[in-house]
Structure formats: structure tokens, C-alpha cells
Design a protein around this ligand. Structure first.
Ligand SMILES: NC(=O)C1=CN([C@@H]2O[C@H](COP(=O)(O)OP(=O)(O)OC[C@H]3O[C@@H](n4cnc5c(N)ncnc54)[C@H](OP(=O)(O)O)[C@@H]3O)[C@@H](O)[C@H]2O)C=CC1
Ligand SMILES: O=C(CO)COP(=O)(O)O
Length: 355
């Protein structure tokens, strides 16, 4: 028996929104994509190509773009919101009159709203009050998805219907969708790893080696899970695709825009020059500031986020910061096994040099 065609709406015409729209269409969904630029709408519908954000890849011709939300949202069963965090709430407010509570609303955005330190799924909840809310996050470089490279992601939601519907709508022979019920942890993973991708790009440009990158990524994971625990998320989530998985890809690839911003900074560009040259969103630049402030407020130890903040916004040279971090207080490898405080206590008792 032929399966019923699911109706999917995508808000956002950037690289990720476009890649997701194409996956859903490849998978047999009826897909409508909203973007605000009428010229790009015209190009997507005529040439099946997004010349601004994914110029080298073709889009499934079944994706129909529009700059009118009234043509995109009513009737959609699944709505994917792929809008950078700075504009996310504004776009959801625009969409609200066209949405209904039966729809599944999923954020694909890896960022944090400054006011109230809100994650995007919280904004979806606040703006709609609807029950089927989820988050997609994982090691998902848009241009590789557009090439149909084998890729996996996570759909996180407390609502089983949201999880299963998204797995069915997007899962296909090149895109595998795993389920999680830790929405907060998955969403935090996606937002936090952008910070460390900037640091990894910077380290690469400064000629630092593979040992350094490995140390950076592993300590980043420790820091991310420490912060997540403070925020009420499950640290085990960070062992999954949306934690360590996304951290690996974003800290290792020049396809990551956050990595590229870091690389440009390491080459001596200013932050403004690096962001300007990118021409797309690099969420980590904003996230590092928000997370650093939140960590200080909550008393969470986050030396890498603090160090990157000092380099980006206070003019501390990256090499000097790296030296300070290397000489920082003695610490524990896996603090869920040996608490940091126990290491410090032992140093105090034995008069350790850095204790
Ligand atoms: N690209 C990737 O590989 C991945 C990205 N993500 C996440 O997806 C989110 C979106 O990223 P991505 O698609 O890559 O971003 P891009 O920078 O490629 O595109 C941003 C899109 O958002 C639109 N937009 C920005 N501001 C507004 C606004 N005020 N109103 C309407 N539309 C707006 C842009 O429209 P316009 O062109 O008109 O400015 C553009 O269509 C980010 O949070 C990112 O972290 C997640 C996984 C992978
Ligand atoms: O989140 C991503 C890959 O999973 C994309 O990272 P960038 O936003 O740094 O390009």
C-alpha cells in the first residue's frame, strides 16, 4: 500500500533549510520552503538551485519556494524552522497566524537568544503554546548533505509523535535520524559546539598540531557537559551525535563556518573582517559571549569559553591565552569519575605547585 505523502514546510532559505527541504522531497514529501528574498524564490523554482547559499548543488525539483507564508504553512504537518537565532523569534511571530496545534514544529537552529538565555525550541513553545515541539541537531554540514554524503542526525523531543514523524519524514538512504528525549541537552550540544569550532579553527591557523586539536575537543566536551548539567540536561546526551558527533565535525572541517571564522582570526583578521568575509551565520560568535556570561552568573567553570571570549572581545592574543590555559589549575580528566574538587583538594593537602 502506498504511504501517504507527508506535507513539510521549511522556514528559511539558507544552506541548512535548503538541504533539509531537499531531503524531505527526496523522501517523497510535498515540500514548501519559505524565504524572504523573492529573487531567490524565483531561482529555486526555476533552476532548482540556491545560488546564494548552496550554489554548487541541485535541489530536488519537488521543492516549491515562496516568499508568502500563507502559501507555505497551512496544511503542513511538519514545520522545520531553519532561521538564525537572532531572527528566530521574529520569524516565528510572523508564522504564528498560519500555524495550528496539530502541526509538528521543529527547530534546526544551533543558537541561543540573548534575552533570557532561551533556546530556540523554548521560543517555539512560548510563541505558539503548541504540544508537538522538537529539535534537530547533529553533525550535519549542509553542503555534505546536499551532496548526499551519508549523514546522521538526532530528533529530540519529549513527545513521541514528534520523534517518530520526523524520523519517518526525513530518514532515507543517505540521512539517518536517531531519536532522543533530551531536547534540552541535544539543543545545547548544537549551540555550544560552535564555540569550540571557532577555537579549533584558530588553533589550526596558528599551526597547532593534532594533539592540540584532540585536547581542545575533549576538554570542550568536558566543559559542554559540565554546563549542560548545570542547565538541567543529561550529560550522557553529549556522548551522542548531537554532542561529540557534532563537536568532531565542526572542529575538524573548513566547511564549518564557525571553524572558518576562527581560522580567519588565527590568520590575523579582526572579528568584523572574519564575519563579514563569511557572509553567512556563524552562531558561535554570539554564543560564546552569552555562555561565558551565563557560566559566570551560575558559577560554572568554563576556561575555554572564557578564554575564547577574552581573545574575541578583549584583544588577548590567542597564543598568550593558550599558554595561560595550559598553566591553569590542575584538573581531573573525567570529572564524573574523579571530581575536579577532589584534585584541587589533593593539591592543597600536598602543597602542589598549581593547586
Ligand atoms: N549550514 C549548516 O551546515 C547547518 C546549519 N545549522 C543551523 O541552522 C541555522 C540556520 O543556518 P543556515 O541555513 O545554515 O544559515 P544561512 O546563513 O545559510 O542562512 C540564513 C537564512 O535565514 C534567513 N534569515 C536571516 N534573517 C532573517 C529574517 N530576519 N527574516 C527572514 N529570514 C531571515 C536568511 O535570509 P536572507 O538570505 O534573506 O538574509 C537565510 O535564508 C543556524 O542556526 C545554524 O547553526 C545546523 C546544522 C547545519
Ligand atoms: O552545525 C553545523 C554542522 O553540524 C554547521 O556548522 P557551522 O554553522 O559552523 O557551519
Amino acid at each position: 500500500m502506498a504511504e501517504q505523502q507527508i506535507k513539510v514546510a521549511v522556514l528559511g532559505g539558507g544552506s541548512f533549510g535548503t538541504a533539509l527541504a531537499s531531503i524531505a522531497a527526496d523522501n517523497g514529501a510535498r515540500v514548501r520552503q519559505w524565504l524572504r528574498d523573492p529573487a531567490l524564490v524565483e531561482q529555486i523554482n526555476r533552476e532548482h538551485r540556491n545560488g546564494r547559499y548552496l550554489p554548487d548543488y541541485s535541489i530536488n525539483p519537488a521543492v516549491v519556494a515562496s516568499s508568502d507564508m500563507a502559501e507555505v504553512l497551512p496544511g503542513a504537518e511538519l514545520v522545520l524552522v531553519a532561521i538564525p537565532s537572532k531572527a528566530f523569534r521574529e520569524v516565528v511571530r510572523q508564522a504564528r497566524p498560519h500555524l495550528n496545534p496539530a502541526q509538528i514544529l521543529v527547530s534546526t537552529t544551533k543558537g541561543i537568544q540573548e534575552e533570557g538565555f532561551k533556546l530556540m525550541s523554548q521560543i517555539l513553545e512560548e510563541e505558539t503554546g503548541f504540544p508537538h515541539i522538537g529539535v534537530i541537531s547533529g553533525p550535519n554540514l549542509a553542503s555534505e548533505i546536499a551532496q548526499k554524503q551519508l549523514t546522521a542526525t538526532v530528533i529530540a523531543s519529549a513527545d513521541p509523535e514528534t520523534r517518530t514523524r520526523v524520523q519517518t519524514a526525513l530518514g532515507c538512504d543517505y540521512f539517518r535520524v536517531y531519536a532522543s528525549n533530551d531536547r534540552h541537552g541535544v539543543e545545547l550540544g548544537g549551540a555550544l559546539k560552535n564555540i569550540y569550532a571557532i577555537a579549533a579553527g584558530m588553533a589550526a591557523a596558528l599551526g597547532m598540531g593534532e594533539n592540540t586539536r584532540s585536547m581542545l575537543m575533549t576538554r570542550a566536551l568536558a566543559e559542554m557537559s559540565r554546563f549542560a548539567v548545570d542547565q538541567g540536561a543529561n550529560p550522557m546526551t553529549f556522548l551522542g551525535l548531537a554532542g561529540v558527533g557534532d563537536l568532531i565535525v565542526t572542529c575538524s572541517s573548513a566547511l564549518s563556518r564557525n571553524y572558518r571564522v576562527g581560522y580567519a582570526l588565527g590568520e590575523g583578521k579582526t572579528l568584523d573582517e572574519a564575519v563579514e568575509a563569511l557572509g553567512q551565520v556563524a552562531e558561535g560568535v554570539n554564543t560564546v559571549r552569552l555562555v561565558r556570561d551565563k557560566a559566570r552568573e551560575d558559577g560554572v567553570y568554563m576556561p575555554l569559553a572564557e578564554g575564547l571570549y577574552q581573545v574575541l572581545f578583549k584583544g588577548v592574543p590567542a597564543k598568550e591565552m593558550a599558554r595561560m590555559l595550559m598553566l591553569g589549575e590542575q584538573s581531573s580528566d573525567v570529572e564524573f569519575i574523579l571530581p575536579r574538587e577532589a584534585v584541587q583538594q589533593a593539591h592543597r593537602e600536598t602543597g602542589g605547585r598549581h593547586g
